[in-house]
Design a protein around this ligand. Structure first.
Ligand SMILES: [Zn+2]
Length: 465
């Protein structure tokens, strides 16, 4: 089993400079490979990563686009892993794209609004790999396992030397590789380790069965009545984020006007506005704030998902179809506060480690609208209704708790039948077809290296202690 430990690095300015250049190299090589792939594909050829890499290796020290102003091959100053790995990544991106297509997804249209509309209808989309833009895409580069060495709290990277790490590697096992990446002005290294099963699997501390409503008001409501609130510092940080974002956009607007454009005008593609020092500073502060918000969120969701999987033999959550809901403006804020996508990915990954049965209810399952006592369905329930009384059996419901109870039933196979959507009439009776949404059992379906395979160092440790 593979685990990833992501550790903050403390590079010297020279080392950070190398990291920047290595990331830029990885990005440029990716873009070269993608352009070449597209060119060959439209010429009727069948491009593949291995052949492209060979082709690249043949020109990388001689082709003018890979030489510096003195005619020297600058790729020689960057370790080759950084310019070899993008080919493997590209192959994987295309494989994923074609697998999605095969599974019935549609090619994502270029237009953002069009995409959003499709996602809201529940249409699955396949995204072909795209070009990486400086400052827009994630900065990272790869180092193969035989190229680095770890000694306590430091790591020796090729062409860089010893770099200080914020903590030592937590896992014991065969090291598979590492990725250096940047978030705002901080550098991290994610080290993949193949660990023995005994280290991978964890002992559960409880045998509960629980339904969890990942809600808008409380971050999570459990079927035992417990409510888990989103962390307070998040609110404050989000408010500051808003102020900072506004400040930066004012500076961008000012730059536009100074360059002779009308205020609020959208600039023609490729326009570069002069960037003032103030704007640079403002952007850096904003990026740091974004990183801080992301940290608080990750810390919170790690603790939450850790508790849920550790204390229960079965957990039921809803497939919230996050992308579609995020597209809805009214919901966007509340949802992004909690980070549903993150919760789901962490649940899948941790359920595997604790051997907890994870059940994911279809997004059409009416967990909020169904009376958890008698099965009557409240068709007119809106998002604003926090409380409601079942006209059929008289039970007073707290919206979130009722949903959590319905979800729990999915795990114990006592799920209430759901009336067909037409009549907001009485309970389901004989003859009404149950349209209970599809329920997916997730146990053992998680890949060893899903995006969720990473753990934020501090969050994990704190939750354990
Ligand atoms: Zn009822």
């Amino acid at each position: 089993m593979q685990l990833t430990h992501k550790i903050a690095l403390r590079p010297t300015p020279e080392q950070a400079d190398y990291f920047h250049r290595a990331c830029g190299t990885a990005r440029r090589v990716w873009n070269w490979a993608l352009a070449e792939w597209n060119r060959q594909y439209s010429a009727g050829l069948k491009p593949n990563a291995m052949a492209l890499k060979k082709q690249f290796n043949a020109i990388k020290y001689s082709d003018p686009q890979w030489l510096d102003e003195h005619g020297r091959p600058w790729l020689k100053t960057i370790h080759r892993d950084a310019h070899a790995q993008p080919f493997a990544h590209l192959q994987r991106a295309w494989s994923r794209f074609f697998a999605d297509l095969k599974a019935g997804a549609r090619i994502a249209p270029q237009d953002k609004a069009e995409r959003r509309a499709l996602r809201e209808q529940g249409v699955k989309l396949a995204y072909p790999p795209t070009f990486k833009k400086k400052g827009r895409s994630r900065d990272s580069f790869y180092v193969a396992n035989d190229k680095f060495k770890i000694e306590g709290q430091r790591i020796r990277l090729p062409l860089v030397g010893w770099v200080e790490m914020a903590e030592s590697l937590r896992f014991d096992g065969k090291i598979m590789g590492a990725t250096v990446s940047r978030t705002a002005d901080r550098w991290f290294i994610a080290i993949q380790v193949e660990v023995p099963d005994a280290q991978f699997y964890r002992q559960r501390t409880g045998q509960g069965v629980i339904g969890v409503d990942l809600g808008l008001k409380a971050a999570a409501t459990r079927s035992n009545g417990e409510r888990i609130e989103a962390p307070k510092p998040l609110k404050a940080a989000l408010r500051r984020l808003k102020i900072r974002a506004r400040r930066l956009s004012r500076k961008v607007e000012a730059a536009k006007v100074a360059a002779g454009f009308a205020p609020k005008a959208s600039l023609p593609k490729g326009t570069r506005l002069p960037v003032s020092n103030n704007r640079k500073k403002s952007a850096a502060i904003l990026a740091r704030l974004h990183a801080r918000v992301a940290n608080i969120r990750a810390d919170f969701t790690h603790k939450l998902t850790m508790r849920l999987t550790r204390e229960n033999q079965a957990v039921v959550i809803e497939d919230l179809h996050v992308q579609g809901m995020l597209a809805n403006d009214k919901l966007a804020r509340a949802l992004s506060d909690v980070g549903f996508g993150m919760i789901r990915r962490q649940m899948e990954y941790k359920a595997k480690r604790y051997d907890t049965r994870l059940v994911i209810a279809d997004r059409w399952y009416p967990s909020s609208r169904l009376c958890s006592v008698c099965g009557w369905q409240h068709e007119e329930l809106t998002l604003k209704d926090r409380q409601w009384t079942c006209p059929n059996c008289g039970t007073d419901h707290d919206r979130d708790l009722n949903a959590a109870l319905n979800l729990k039933r999915l795990a114990t196979e006592t799920a209430l039948p759901v009336a067909s959507p037409s009549g907001n009439g009485g309970t389901t009776t004989e003859g009404v077809s149950a349209v209970v949404g599809k329920v997916t059992l997730v146990r053992h379906e998680v890949g060893p290296q899903g995006a969720s395979g990473q753990e934020e160092n501090r969050a994990h440790n704190r939750a354990l202690s």
